[in-house]
Write a protein that binds this ligand. Structure first.
Ligand code: ADP
Ligand code: MG
Length: 730
């Protein structure tokens, strides 16, 4: 015991020595030290138990109860040596962020003594009191039970004094109540479908892995200023604030040197991330003042997503120590760039091949083109679903604005790939190929260089861009759980690959050679999917018109975009691929619509509150000062001929302020009335629409007048920190 305690203490002390007086010990020395990863499993588990877990991770087999007890014991021993006293099932409910409920390892032992215990059943499954997590009606109150179940594929880790076990969260009836469960199903679907297609090219492929590399953008705001802005505290964004004289016009923040206090914060959160096995790699300033980005080395999608959620949490905690607050909201400041979370996505095989990377020879390039074109078609056929997957109250401020992916989904391919597809389209004959034709084609596709030039020459305005060896889904919002986008994308691609396989097999049955059949189907897809392919400026007016001509979906209205999940197509897609049942889809859409409604409702309340309790009284105070001033001038100069001229500017100002006040008061009252009407509606779809159409417009309308007042009212009495402070204090 003494030994154990000593180790734990030593470990605790160690935590502060990763950075001593500015020098850091090499990251590789402590990377993943708080993760129960394979080397640690090997050390703490019996050979049987270790092999059992690995098999479960790799083959998806079930964990046997007896083994679970052994694994739990090993995990507990490791966790306690590292200072853990509690454990929790860590999951991704349909709210923002993750959830956890900590339990101590403590139980009564013999004769009333205390012992630490942790059993296999506690590791594998739990029933958190989760009745207040959103379920979209799946769990009516008498069956309010929800279960969490261990996700063996994502290793347990320690945060503070708690052992965290990644889990899925399902209802009593087995329906998913979280992001992880359907994500795992989507990954399984794409694995299966992609392996079958890979079999055309390489019989050794038995597993296809979906990869995700997220780029997380965020703002930092000084903690004290943050706390003085109730709108930031309660809604994550500023509901008012006139633009600063200087903001991002000079583009002098992007990639510039990182301020010292910010670097100190970054270093500290990176250390915490490394200890948790999160391979963060890139950090830089973004376009807007006080906006930054962090990106890791990509990982398998499920793990990468856990890491993204975890890193967001770590950043929030570490920021406090540096007296910063991290904003993950998609649009915290009006008129300033918003934040996204690019989802870099690819598929790779157990044989180590990236299926979206051009290869060295015609065979690997045919495989590459197969996957590329299938993704293209999957995106075309499911643009509405992909758009729905990234829509939220926060992200709607970004989409359609001039600095972010538009609300039209299109795919950027770059000049080389585009040329290649054009060539294939014209070259592949509609009949059996002659040996010469085959050779010519093979020579052509053999030409795709392994490193594409377009890799560096990127189109930043495309919501879905091919970037050399992966696709980058850029429309994802910075606060989002990547799972939502990844579920949609992987399911759409899985489904498409199944269709492809059926079509190719049919041609083979008709007597075509395998390659010919593949060429034929790819060619058809290229022609069919042309409308989704767009390499131009996605922010331009012309594109909006052109996209309409092409019949592409263009929706920036959140409730409408979310409803894409209720279409027959969506129900068929998700149920046939075993990702969501119809009940789950309906429930999730309801949850999303409700989330949207509540966010607008909260924003409206906060704005109303600030307008009436902060802004109007301040403006009245200032107006009274002006009135006093005019009155005083009248006493002194009232009888002189130029008196009117002397006070005219102040009289104008008094009128202006008075008009703004009146407008703000009237509109705030109207907004309250609009809310009352909307609140009476029971149907969630209609309610969300009402909030979108009848309540939301007041936010900008009222804000306009508040921002005008900010310009004229005495700075000394203005009750809220201004943009120039929020954006430039560092
Ligand atoms: P940029 O900002 O230029 O788009 P970054 O280097 O900031 O690029 O981020 C790119 C992200 O893409 C990183 O997380 C990286 O690991 C990831 N990535 C690179 N290759 C792949 C791939 N084949 N599949 C998935 N993600 C990838
Ligand atoms: Mg990128």
């Amino acid at each position: 015991m003494a030994k154990l305690r000593f180790t734990a203490l030593e470990e605790l002390l160690n935590r502060d020595t990763k950075k001593v007086e500015g020098t850091r010990i090499p990251t590789s020395d402590y990377f993943g030290e708080l993760v129960f990863d394979r080397p640690k499993m090997k050390k703490y588990l019996s050979k049987d138990a270790f092999e059992h877990v690995i098999e479960a991770v790799e083959k998806g087999t079930r964990i046997d109860r007896r083994m679970a007890d052994q694994i739990a014991l090993g995990m507990k021993a490791w966790a306690m040596e590292n200072g853990a006293t509690h454990y929790t099932h860590w999951f991704h409910p349909l709210t923002d962020g993750t959830a956890e409920k900590h339990d101590a390892f403590l139980t009564f032992g013999e004769f009333g003594s205390m012992v630490e215990s942790f059993s296999g059943s506690l590791l594998v499954q739990q029933e958190p009191d989760a009745s207040s997590f959103p379920s979209g009606g799946i769990r009516n109150t008498f069956e309010a039970r929800g279960y969490t179940a261990w996700d063996v594929s994502s290793p347990a880790f320690i945060v503070g004094s708690t052992l965290c076990i990644p889990t899925i969260f399902v209802s009593y009836t087995g329906h998913a109540l979280d992001y992880k469960f359907p994500l795992l199903k989507a990954l399984q679907a794409v694995d299966k479908a992609a392996v079958e297609v890979c079999q055309y090219f390489d019989k050794n492929v038995t597993r296809v892995i979906s990869n995700l590399g997220w780029e997380q953008e965020y703002f930092l705001v000084d903690e004290a200023l943050f706390q003085s802005r109730p709108d930031l505290v309660l809604t994550g964004r500023t509901l008012m604030g006139h633009s600063s004289a200087k903001d991002q016009q000079l583009d002098d923040h992007y990639f510039s040197s990182i301020p010292e206090r910010v670097i100190a914060f970054m270093e500290d959160f990176e250390i915490e991330a490394y200890r948790l096995g999160i391979p963060v790699k890139t950090r830089h300033n973004e376009v807007a003042p006080n906006q930054y980005e962090v990106a890791p080395i990509f990982e398998e999608t499920n793990l990468a997503n856990d890491h993204n959620q975890l890193v967001m949490d770590v950043m929030k905690r570490v920021a406090r120590k540096h007296k910063f607050h991290v904003l993950f909201h998609e649009k915290p400041f009006k008129g300033i760039n918003g934040s996204g979370k690019h989802n870099n996505w690819s598929l790779s095989t157990n044989t180590g091949v990236n299926l979206l990377s051009p290869g060295r020879n015609p065979k690997s390039n045919l495989q590459f083109l197969t996957f590329l074109v299938n993704v293209l078609k999957a995106v075309y056929d499911n643009q509405d679903i992909l758009l729905g997957s990234i829509m939220s109250a926060g992200n709607s401020h970004r989409l359609g604005a001039n600095e972010a992916p538009p609300s039209i989904i299109s795919v950027f391919l770059g000049s080389q790939i585009s040329a290649m597809l054009d060539e294939l389209e014209t070259r592949v004959p509609d009949k059996k190929m002659t040996p010469d034709e085959k050779t010519a084609l093979k020579l052509d596709i053999g030409k795709i260089p392994e490193i594409l030039l377009d890799n560096t020459d990127r189109n930043r305005t495309s919501p879905f861009a091919f970037t050399g060896n992966r696709f980058e889904f850029r429309a994802v919002g910075s606060s989002a759980n990547c799972a939502s986008a990844m579920i949609a994308l992987n399911t759409a691609v899985a489904n498409q690959l199944k269709v492809f396989k059926t079509e190719v097999d049919a041609l083979i049955d008709k007597g075509l050679k395998k390659d010919e059949a593949i060429f034929q189907v790819i060619k058809e897809y290229i022609t069919y999917s042309k409308n989704i392919h767009f390499d131009g400026d996605g922010y331009s007016e012309e594109w909006v018109k052109e996209a309409a001509k092409r019949g592409l979906v263009n929706v920036s209205n959140v409730p409408e975009a979310l409803k894409a999940y209720l279409s027959d197509k969506a129900k068929k897609l998700f149920s046939e691929n075993g990702v969501f049942t119809e009940v789950e889809l309906e429930a999730r859409t309801e949850v999303e619509l409700e989330k949207y409604t509540k966010k607008i409702q909260i924003e409206a309340r906060v704005l109303g509150d600030l307008a009436l309790n902060h802004i109007v009284p301040t403006a009245v105070r200032y107006m009274n000062t002006l009135i006093e001033n005019v009155q005083g001038l009248k006493d002194i100069f009232g009888k002189e001929s130029d008196y009117q001229e002397l006070v005219s500017d102040r009289l104008d100002l008094i009128k202006q302020i008075s008009n703004h006040i009146q407008y703000i008061k009237n509109k705030t009252n109207d907004m309250v009335e609009a809310r009352k009407v909307a609140n009476k509606i029971d149907d969630m779809e209609k309610k969300a629409e009402m909030y979108d159409q009848k309540v939301r417009p007041y936010l900008d309308d009222i804000r306009y007048h508040i921002d005008k007042l900010e310009l004229s009212v005495d700075n000394g009495i203005w009750p809220l920190p201004k943009y120039r402070e929020l954006l430039f204090a560092r």
